[in-house]
Write a protein that binds this ligand. Structure first.
Ligand code: NAD
Ligand code: TYD
Length: 351
């Protein structure tokens, strides 16, 4: 079996759902169920005895050690993190705690467990750490996209905390021999995405008649990766990645934010037109820029293609249509995650 952390969040829950669409190997899913963790994401697995969701912190060494001893996983996939840049600007403390201290404690628990395994299990064991392209910092318009050897230049408390966790993972391989793998991916999008990030926020705001907030001039560039493509990449790295290596995962979809939001509006105009028949683009509103806003991220995903034969299946157009369709069909999910504390967040962030 494998131990997944943060598997009730956006990417982690897709990974778990996708896993059981491919195979039956059991998963123990350890998730602190912060505001971003949602057991409802895993509803299709109700009654599946191969999946167990455990509420708990990756930094709770006693809990993690007991899970490791009880279930004896052959691999760990570590998604657990605080993940939203804007929240890290308002309050970096939780990011330091989970992304740095939590990852450190998890690595310590795993090192003790792995060290006591018989040789064959020890060799086959993998610790796969999920990270981000944001650790590489910001690119100029004509710079080559990030390769795995690009230097680390994190600019936000979020990316700095992820960079620190990547360094710890690397050090546990070089110092203790822990068989680690790291993936650094670009911006994911798709169903089940919490509506604090650009794409789900804009879909939600469009449908509820609110402004679509564009930070600064909207010309910041991100690479967009459909979440299920990311899941297939992680499965591939887990099965065939070379121990100690880093793999960049991207969608080959570099786009300025304004283009992303305009595309979203076009798809919404088609699938769920406004009652006044005007375009949702009317709701686009320029707001104050994010402090320290990185101008451009771009991923060179050729290593994972060359060495592991992985390429994304979705284009941005196909992925965004699936995404918009899902949000239109799942209003109850959106309603459940946008009541209560979510309102406090949007009031603070978009005041
Ligand atoms: P998310 O915020 O949706 O989910 C994070 C999950 O981790 C939640 O379920 C949360 O409850 C859980 N969690 C938080 N702190 C925890 C702790 N201390 N112990 C156990 N569980 C805890 O994030 P996501 O978008 O699914 O991202 C998953 C991973 O992928 C993160 O490591 C993130 O840095 C990385 N990543 C995300 C993106 C993206 O576009 N979403 C891009 C690059 C990398
Ligand atoms: P986001 O989804 O927060 O991801 P990240 O900061 O990790 O890239 O933001 C994606 C881009 O969209 C980023 O350049 C910031 C911008 N953005 C807006 O313009 N308005 C918004 O309301 C949000 C949340 C993001």
């Amino acid at each position: 079996m494998i131990l997944v952390t943060g598997g009730a969040g956006f990417i982690g829950s897709h990974f778990v759902l996708d896993w059981f669409e491919q195979k039956s190997e059991p998963i123990v899913n350890l998730d602190a169920l912060t505001y971003a963790g949602n057991p409802a994401n895993l509803a299709p697995l109700q009654g599946n005895s191969n999946h167990a969701l455990i509420k708990g912190d990756i930094g709770d060494s006693a809990l993690v050690e007991s899970l490791l001893q009880t279930h004896k996983p052959r691999a760990i996939v570590n998604f657990a993190a605080e993940s939203h840049v804007d929240r890290s600007i308002h309050g970096p403390g939780d990011f330091i705690q989970t992304n740095i201290v939590g990852t450190f404690r998890l690595l310590e628990s795993v090192r003790a467990y792995w060290g006591a395994l018989p040789d064959a299990d020890k060799n086959a064991f993998r610790f796969l750490h999920i990270s981000t392209d944001e650790v590489y910092g910001s690119l100029a318009p004509t710079d080559a996209p990030f390769s795995e050897t690009h230097r680390y230049e994190p600019n936000s408390p979020y990316s700095a905390s992820k960079a620190a966790s990547d360094h710890l993972v690397r050090a546990y391989h070089h110092t203790y021999g822990l068989p680690v793998l790291t993936t650094n991916c670009s911006n994911n999008y798709g169903p089940l995405h919490f509506p604090e990030k650009l794409i789900p926020l804009c879909i939600h705001n469009a449908l509820t008649g609110k402004p679509l907030p564009i930070y600064g001039d909207g010309q910041q560039v991100r690479d967009w990766l459909y979440v299920r493509d990311h899941c297939s990449a992680i499965r591939r790295v887990l099965e065939a990645g070379k121990v100690g290596e880093v793999y960049n995962v991207g969608g080959w979809n570099e786009k300025p934010n304004l283009d992303v939001v305009r595309t979203l509006c076009r798809v919404l105009d088609e699938l769920s037109p406004r009652s006044d028949n005007k375009s949702y683009t009317e709701q686009i509103t320029y707001v104050k820029d994010r402090p320290g806003h990185d101008r451009r991220y771009a991923i060179d995903a050729s290593k994972i293609e060359r060495e592991l034969g992985w390429r994304p299946a979705e284009t941005f157009e196909s992925g965004i249509r699936k995404t918009v369709r899902w949000y239109l069909d799942n209003a109850a999910w959106v309603e459940s995650v946008t009541s209560g504390a979510y309102k406090n967040w949007t009031a603070k962030q978009y005041a």
